[in-house]
Ligand binder design. Structure first.
Ligand code: BJW
Length: 239
């Protein structure tokens, strides 16, 4: 059987790069109201506040650097594929640190902070500067429709068909740096387990769906992830 690995990452993998997590004690949702800033209703009510929130996070992202955990996953991907295995990295993070570290087979299921989407025509553009409500879309020319290309509560995450198809046949599944509080990702470990996969939770502590994992490594991602990457490839391709 071809070893097939699906890795789900969350905010915890980027914590040591200086980007905040959401639900830790000092997390983003302890300081900001997600209903106002991460929902379509919030954007309709106060688009300026939503742009301010994402403009500040975009500026912070441009100053951040990938860490040893991002680098280890990119190295693992190259080695796994070179050995003949199937690999998919699914990230909930809207940062681009996996890509900058060298990851290639990747789905940004909650979107990308460095892209803007026109809510009127759907056009996607790179975006490394502030967004504002009076900016016009380069494709359709209309203003007022540009929004961060991110998936808010109540919206459909991206790439779900490909993700569920892969989950139905994975041999190895790992969730890294995610609290397992948000659906549909909270159900991925159970889905992978149903397919017969070996499941790993790698985080600071057990998340809400911790009971669905067979193995756990708890500690800072820059320490746990490089060690786990070496172990999992040795186990999967053992003669
Ligand atoms: C470390 C570390 C270190 C720290 N090293 N680890 C009622 C019941 C069930 C579901 C629902 C419900 N009501 C509504 C829903 C659905 C809703 C949902 O799940 N709500 C829950 C809150 C209940 N979900 C949705 O609306 C989603 N869409 C949807 O469901 O569509 C329908 C559908 C149906 C069926 C199939 C498919 C679709 C959309 C969710 C969109 C989430 N958006 C956000 C904002 C994105 C943009 C932005 O970044 O601003 O995404 S919210 C936020 O949470 C962000 C994250 O990607 C997401 C997950 O957070 P994550 O990554 O897990 O972070 P934390 O902070 O929670 O955890 C960090 C972890 O790292 C912790 O465990 C730490 O311990 C650890 N850590 N430092 C290692 N150094």
């Amino acid at each position: 059987m071809t070893p097939s690995l699906l890795i789900l990452t969350g905010a915890g993998i980027s914590a040591e790069s200086g980007l905040g997590t959401f639900r830790d004690t000092d997390g983003i949702w302890s300081k900001f109201d997600w209903q106002k800033l991460a929902s379509p209703e919030g954007f309709a009510e106060d688009p300026v506040a939503v742009h301010d929130f994402y403009n500040a996070r975009r500026a912070g992202l441009l100053d951040a650097r990938p860490n040893a955990a991002h680098a280890a996953l990119a190295t693992l991907e190259a080695a796994w594929v070179r050995s003949g295995g199937e690999f998919l990295l699914v990230t909930q993070n809207i940062d681009d640190l996996h890509g900058r570290a060298g990851s290639e087979r990747m789905i940004h299921m909650h979107g990308e902070l460095l892209r803007a989407r026109c809510a009127m025509c759907g056009d996607l553009t790179d975006c490394r500067t502030d967004l504002a409500i009076d900016m016009a879309c380069a494709a359709c020319g209309r203003d007022g429709g540009l929004r961060p290309h991110v998936v808010w509560f109540g919206e459909m995450p991206l790439g779900m068909e490909e993700i569920y198809e892969r989950l139905s046949s994975v041999t190895h599944f790992a969730a890294i740096g995610t609290s397992g509080s948000v659906w549909p990702t909270a159900g991925f470990a159970e889905e992978a387990g149903r397919a017969g996969a070996i499941t790993y939770e790698i985080s600071m502590a057990a998340g809400e769906s911790g009971h669905n994992f067979q193995h756990a490594e708890y500690g800072p991602a820059t320490q746990t992830v490089p060690a786990w990457c070496e172990a999992v490839i040795a186990e999967a391709f053992a003669a």
